[in-house]
Ligand binder design. Sequence first.
Ligand code: ADP
Length: 448
Amino acid sequence: MLLVPAILIASLLGGIGPGIFATILALPLTLYLIEPVAPHYAIVHLLLLGLIGLSIAIMGRSLTRALDNAKLTELDLRRREAHLRSILDNSPDAAVVFEANGTIVTFNAAAMRQFGYTQQEALGANVSMLLPASRQSDIDLNSQYGIDDWVRQGASRLVLGRRKNGTTFPMRLTVGEMAVEGDRYYTGFIQDLTDRQESEARLAEANNELARLARISELGEMASTLAHELNQPLSAITNYVEGCRRLLDGVDTRIAGRMRNALDESARQAMRAADIIRHQREFVARGETDKRPEDIRQLVEEAGALALIGSRQRGINRVFEFAPEAGSVMADRVQIQQVLVNLMRNAIEAMRDSERRLLLVRTILADKDRVMVEVRDSGPGLAPEIEEKLFQPFTTSKPGGMGIGLSIAKRIIEAHGGEIGFRPGENGGAVFHFSLAAADTEESERAG
Ligand code: ADP
């Protein structure tokens, strides 16, 4: 019995081998201790010790195996936890896990950034602190109704979040549920929409500005064309009226006198109408441009965002290529964007029925003081009857088209001292190009 603990320790530490080894070592010692006291029973003792030693060694082996397994499981668990933590911490969206009563149990790095709480502050606190007071009833944890409703819907919702400093921000919240041994947990994924809403608002504002300018330009273009068209009939009217007046000069009756007066007045009114129209034309033609150095890349990218709204759904593949040496141009930002948006929208519309839909916008440094912008598409190209009158007002092949876009573009580019043109693409499609003065050279000339 004295030797049993030694065997136990050996098998616990080393498993079956050392356990049996300790038993074998114990046998002579037992013989030595028992022999003088009970020589007849010595063999029985030896057998007993052998049996007990063997059992202990086998048990030791199972125990060490179980211990090893436990260690492996723990290692595996730790590895998985680290894995999960790294996923959570590297996620751009905030992730907050909370219990059914709202107690926060996980708060990832993005959540700390978005809400301004540290992990220590957040863990154990109630999840309702992440919502503004007026919205806390949205997740009614006490009634359980609110949150279940959210989980059931499975969809995300737009709600207001509340930062630690009390400010609020728009967020998209998706809530999922999990049950672990009867306890329910909820995971909230939160996407901060501040940036997106800001950029959407900026885009919408730019779009409105463009649309307003486009309307004004279209009206101007129409007025100008009308003026051109009306000038001729008005001159003809004036000439005819004056002719009649001269014919009446030789007639000396009262009625003829009244007719002369009426004809004088008609001629004056016709000339007044012509004057109004001429003024109108001059006003539109002047079309002041407010030129300043603008980054051509930024102009193209912004116009691209405006023109391409909704185009991804239409399967448009767009490629922008910027020549690094073509930096800034002298431009009226809104007007040049109007030109770019018009060219890109025309290209997108032209590719509606094309199998390949590639919109390529390139900037090229044409020579040292001119930047060229090219808008290329993989559409059917220009219809021959359109090509002859391209850039003239009211040239259109579209049922709802006004045919004014390109004539406005031409006017804007010419007011900038540039040129606009068209050529068929080498592999089909249309290529519209326009040039603008590079800003650096113009400025250095002015400086020189
Ligand atoms: P609108 O788009 O209102 O017709 P535009 O002046 O912008 O007016 O365009 C005039 C015409 O030029 C269009 O109707 C179309 O026939 C033709 N066009 C313009 N761009 C393209 C293009 N990328 N591919 C084919 N045709 C084009």
